[in-house]
Design a protein around this ligand. Structure first.
Ligand SMILES: NC(=O)c1ccc[n+]([C@@H]2O[C@H](COP(=O)([O-])OP(=O)(O)OC[C@H]3O[C@@H](n4cnc5c(N)ncnc54)[C@H](OP(=O)(O)O)[C@@H]3O)[C@@H](O)[C@H]2O)c1
Length: 318
């Protein structure tokens, strides 16, 4: 059985990437090597340098170069790629470079819904995520021992109540594509990371594709919009004025965004369409029971913590 011991994180300064690096730093002694990738083809600034220097202090190695530099990827068992929306298209390039360097396992930038549910596979928001999966499948035909891990959590609980999904916490208003009974699977960032770390230590049989090509569905919830807004009302002490719009109207918003060339708006509309169609509801079977040490927190506990955390105020639109 194989276990992943040498880990390289690309996009370590992103929201998910940094959280992953912090978790890895806490359990440094368990790994032979943990490194964060500094992409020199992108502009840096003081904030980014500070993050990387803090990661170095945490005991992570910083490797610098571009996603074409084969030598930088040598010596790692696994590359974790939590790239953000605008960098997702780079994953096939990273995979090819890392494969040339001998890497045989990847955690692509998933950390969301099951892409095989409903119409998810064809949605704009998932375009580069599905291309990445297709690329991995194609490369597995010419790369002996290629494996991957898809982490599915539905939606991070803290992310479910932000402007991107139509919620204005400062004014206690929301515009939601879908209806009050629409469900989503919600798992806190902390619990998602705890499961993620468990999967990194989960051994697999290198000789069996079904064992080394893994999907983990880690479920929290599900919760309806109705439950989410009653929870927000209890936590904030304010009633929320919620307007529900027929979900398919998000298609018009997406088309308009495309027409005016606003990619972020297009992705937002696509995400709202996915959400409204219950695309982030994780189907069974779930894999939580493989990792009984993680006890996922419920919606109210997670949101109470988030709304009580001063560093989360801007993120929550407060
Ligand atoms: N399920 C959920 O609720 C949920 C919530 C949030 C995120 N996610 C998922 O988690 C993953 C990471 O998301 P995130 O929010 O952490 O991402 P992010 O913070 O927006 O970006 C992460 C990193 O991606 C790289 N990047 C961004 N744009 C790039 C570009 N144009 N060219 C090259 N690199 C670029 C940057 O790394 P460098 O500066 O190091 O190059 C950036 O720090 C995504 O797959 C996202 O869908 C899921």
């Amino acid at each position: 059985m194989a276990i992943l011991n040498s880990v390289l994180v690309v996009a370590p300064t992103g929201k998910v990437g940094l959280a992953i690096c912090h978790e890895l730093g806490k359990t440094r002694s368990r790994f032979k090597r943990i490194a964060a990738f500094k992409n020199t083809s992108r502009g840096g600034d003081d904030a980014k340098e500070k993050i990387l220097s803090d990661l170095r202090d945490l005991g992570l190695e910083i490797v610098s170069g571009t996603y074409e530099d084969v030598d930088i990827f040598r010596g790692f068992d696994v590359v974790i790629m939590p790239l953000g929306n605008h960098g997702l298209y780079l994953q096939p390039q990273i995979i090819d470079t890392a494969i040339a360097a001998g890497v045989r396992h990847f955690y692509p930038s998933e950390f969301g819904a099951d892409l095989l549910v409903g119409e998810n596979w064809h949605q704009r928001y998932y375009k580069y995520k599905t291309i990445t999966r297709e690329h991995l499948t194609a490369r597995s035909k010419d790369t002996e021992g290629l494996g991957w891990t898809f982490i599915q959590v539905g939606r991070f609980t803290e992310w479910s109540v932000i402007k991107h999904f139509g919620i204005d916490n400062a004014n206690h208003k929301a515009t939601i594509y879908g209806n009050e009974n629409g469900r989503q699977s919600l798992l806190s960032v902390e619990d998602s990371l705890a499961y993620f770390m468990n999967t990194l230590s989960d051994p697999f049989d290198e000789s069996a594709p079904t064992s080394r090509q893994r999907t983990y569905r880690l479920n929290g919830g599900p919760y309806t919009w109705d439950e989410i807004f009653s929870t927000l009302e209890r936590i904030t002490g304010y009633p929320y004025e919620v307007t529900y719009i027929p979900v398919e109207r998000a298609l018009e918003k997406e088309a308009h965004a495309k027409e005016i060339g606003d990619v972020d708006l297009e992705l937002e509309a696509s995400h709202q369409l996915i959400q409204g169609r219950e695309g982030t509801l994780l189907p069974q079977p779930w894999d939580n029971s493989q990792f009984p040490s993680v006890k996922p927190k419920g919606l109210e506990e997670v949101l109470k913590q988030a709304f009580g955390d001063p560093s989360m105020r801007k993120f929550l639109g407060l």
